[in-house]
Design a protein around this ligand. Structure first.
Ligand code: NDP
Ligand code: MG
Length: 406
């Protein structure tokens, strides 16, 4: 079976390739061929190493000059007769997402950039190993409509959604067999979406107002790309995950409860109508949900995923989140209950605000303020189609850029 990775040089992309290295496969694990890789321009050296190691048929980079740099660093590779086509821009990214040999596309680019290639991959009936949660946030209903139409399976990579998916699998299959949604099937009381609380879990509002970029980048449990690490500090990540869960599992937002669990061992759970809570546990290591998504529906042995030993666990604690100290979570939960373009606007404003914070243009608490002001200036469009989503995203970026520049 062949796979494609969009964002191969990032945190999720690198961990995906780590699992797939032949010397890392457990005995009996099927070999997955890497047919296509796409990446940005910030780490072309790593991309060229990945190409030498995995010999993909197709690679995509953002621009012609990136292609030239990559070709130059791969001179020996091409001289030895290897054949890898290198495409550029959005067209290249979409070609990687729709490569005919590929069965599963790992969407590991960050941000709204993932929307078009993911939708195109779905239209060709591929399985989506979905890491790029921003696509589900901005265009969740389109993803669901197209996936149903083209028989494309969406398997979450996000650890919480992987945990919920694993806890719900029997119910999902039963509901599908009965031609019902999970909500209509009536077995689920609520989804319990856990989160570590991030580096500022115990910080006061005053302290957070003075937080530096390096404070916000110190995640207690997970090592991830910069954007999602800042989202984890504002708890916007958990808010985006509520919206992601709402579309992935077709469950109304009021049935999704965020629970803070600082140890990140219970990756999320489902409470059923009879009172049973079923969850999934593991060490905080993304290779576990990535491995699950790559091989789904099979359970395949893993040589790379570190094992959790229950008898060595000390405390597992749970608490309610603070919506007043983390206004991003409150905004996202409100937006999750809507069916309009607000989620797309929230996502775009967040991308601009996080980028500005990382560049030192705004403070940590300005992130929430920028999103709030962008959202309140937006006139939501009901059941937005792709054109509406692209326009809402463009508008929200322009609006929030003007706000962060003030
Ligand atoms: P990173 O920032 O580490 O990686 C992003 C990837 O996208 C890089 O390979 C980057 O390339 C690539 N990229 C950037 N611009 C382009 C472009 N124009 N064309 C093609 N590729 C491009 O992000 P993460 O891996 O942390 O996150 C990826 C997604 O997964 C996000 O949506 C995140 O929310 C989600 N996720 C991540 C988790 C994690 O543990 N990291 C956990 C759960 C979800 P380069 O940097 O080389 O320019
Ligand atoms: Mg997550």
């Amino acid at each position: 079976m062949a796979i494609s990775i969009l964002g191969s040089t990032g945190s999720i992309g690198r961990q995906t390739l780590d699992i797939l290295q032949s010397e890392h496969l457990a005995p009996g694990a099927p070999v997955l061929k890497v047919a296509a890789l796409a990446a940005g321009a910030s780490n072309l050296d790593l991309l060229s190493q990945q190409i030498v190691q995995f010999e993909p048929e197709l690679v995509a980079v953002p621009s012609d000059s990136d292609r030239e740099s990559l070709r130059a660093s791969l001179a020996d590779y091409f001289k030895s007769g290897k054949k890898t086509e290198i495409l550029v821009g959005e067209e290249g990214l979409i070609a990687c997402a729709t490569h005919p040999a590929v069965k599963t596309v790992v969407t590991a680019v960050v941000g709204f950039l993932g929307v078009k290639p993911t939708l195109e991959a779905i239209k060709t009936g591929k399985t989506i190993a979905l890491a790029n949660k921003e696509t589900m946030v901005a265009a969740g209903h389109l993803v669901n409509e197209l996936a149903a139409k083209h028989g494309s399976k969406i398997v979450p990579v996000d650890s919480e959604h992987s945990a919920i998916y694993q806890s719900l699998e029997a119910s999902i299959l039963k509901a599908q067999a009965a031609g019902k949604s999970l909500e209509q099937a009536g077995e689920v009381e609520k989804l319990l979406l856990t989160g570590s609380g991030g580096p500022f879990r115990t910080w006061s509002e005053e302290a957070m107002a003075r937080a530096t970029v390096s404070d916000a980048l110190k995640h207690p449990n997970w090592s991830m790309g910069a954007k999602i690490t800042i989202d984890s500090a504002t708890l916007m990540n958990k808010g985006l995950e509520v919206i992601e869960a709402r579309w992935l599992f077709s469950i109304p937002a009021h049935k999704i409860e965020v629970v803070i669990h600082p140890q990140s061992i219970l990756h999320s759970a489902v409470e059923f109508v009879d009172g049973s809570i079923v969850g999934q546990l593991g060490l905080p290591d993304m290779r576990l949900p990535i491995h699950f998504a790559l091989y789904h529906p099979q359970r395949v042995p893993s040589a790379r995923v570190p094992r959790l030993s229950l008898s060595e666990l000390k405390d597992l604690t749970f608490e309610k989140p603070s919506f007043s100290r983390f206004p991003c979570l409150a905004m996202a939960q409100e937006v999750a209950a809507t069916d309009d373009s607000s989620a797309c606007v929230l996502n775009a404003a967040n991308e601009i605000a996080v980028d500005s914070f990382l560049k030192g243009t705004i403070t940590f608490t300005d992130i929430a303020r920028t999103i709030e002001r962008t959202l309140s200036a937006h006139k939501p469009i009901k059941a937005p189609q792709l054109g509406d989503i692209l326009e809402a995203d463009r508008w929200a970026r322009e609006k929030s850029v003007s706000l962060v520049a003030v």
